[in-house]
Ligand binder design. Structure first.
Ligand SMILES: [Zn+2]
Length: 230
């Protein structure tokens, strides 16, 4: 296992997690990214039911994502499919932990809101503080949230352009923070009609990843093929 952004998932590169778990559990584990697993859960039991193609995006400490297309959760060659957090939203933006510059995760995640607000308001601010302060009428905090919603809306439209998903499901503490989804919707509404898709709140909460992994563990059609080397 390797973390794309070691600052959100501190794990040693190439750590043999499957082997370590197999030794502890006495059973071969299924390894899947948490957002991909959550995407599967939402598509089967939550806000993505009935879609042919859906994208799930969790806006939390980082920004994760998963794609379910034609009844299959997409993992890709190296497990990277759906990692929407590392789509570039501002080429001149700050360096991301993954090595790219200006990833949406670095600009609109909970960690990003905290870093940006701490810098602009000159006092320590968590993502929760940013939302509370904005609700209390602090204009700068509201601007920071508006900017994150604007960038995320644009990234979602990029995702629609690329994959023509039927629906986008949003989860995570920031994604489901009061008023945030409405702000993202209003950004998407500014884009051409062709790119509009229903944007729904995730229904399965913090356990979506666990539920998805459990469903996939018992899904005979699911064969994860993560190729490390050719
Ligand atoms: Zn990145």
């Amino acid at each position: 296992v390797t973390a794309l952004n070691p600052t959100t998932l501190p794990i040693e590169n190439g750590f043999p997690l499957a082997a370590a778990l197999a030794e502890q559990l006495g059973e071969t584990p299924l390894l899947i990214n948490d957002a991909q697993a959550a995407a599967w859960a939402e598509s089967r039991l939550g806000a993505g039911q009935g879609t042919r193609a859906m994208a799930f995006i969790t806006v939390s400490t980082g920004i994760g994502g998963g794609l379910v297309i034609d009844g299959r959760v997409q993992t890709g060659r190296q497990g990277l499919a759906g990692h929407i957090g590392h789509v570039v939203a501002d080429p001149a933006g700050p360096q991301c932990g993954c090595g790219r510059r200006g990833c949406i995760e670095r600009l609109a995640s909970g960690t990003a809101l905290s870093v940006i607000a701490t810098e602009r308001l000159c006092r320590p601010m968590t993502a929760v503080d940013v939302f509370n302060t904005a609700a209390a009428g602090e204009a700068i905090a509201q601007q920071i949230i508006d900017k994150a919603a604007q960038l995320l809306g644009r990234t979602i439209v990029d995702c629609v352009a690329l994959l023509d998903v039927d629906r986008v499901v949003i989860g995570g503490g920031v994604g489901l923070a009061p008023g945030f989804l409405a702000l993202v919707r209003s950004q998407i509404a500014l884009e051409p009609l062709f790119y509009h898709r229903p944007l729904l709140a995730a229904q399965l909460g913090a356990d979506a990843g666990l539920i998805g992994a459990a469903l996939l563990r018992h899904d005979e059609k699911f064969h994860q093929k993560i190729v490390v080397d050719d």
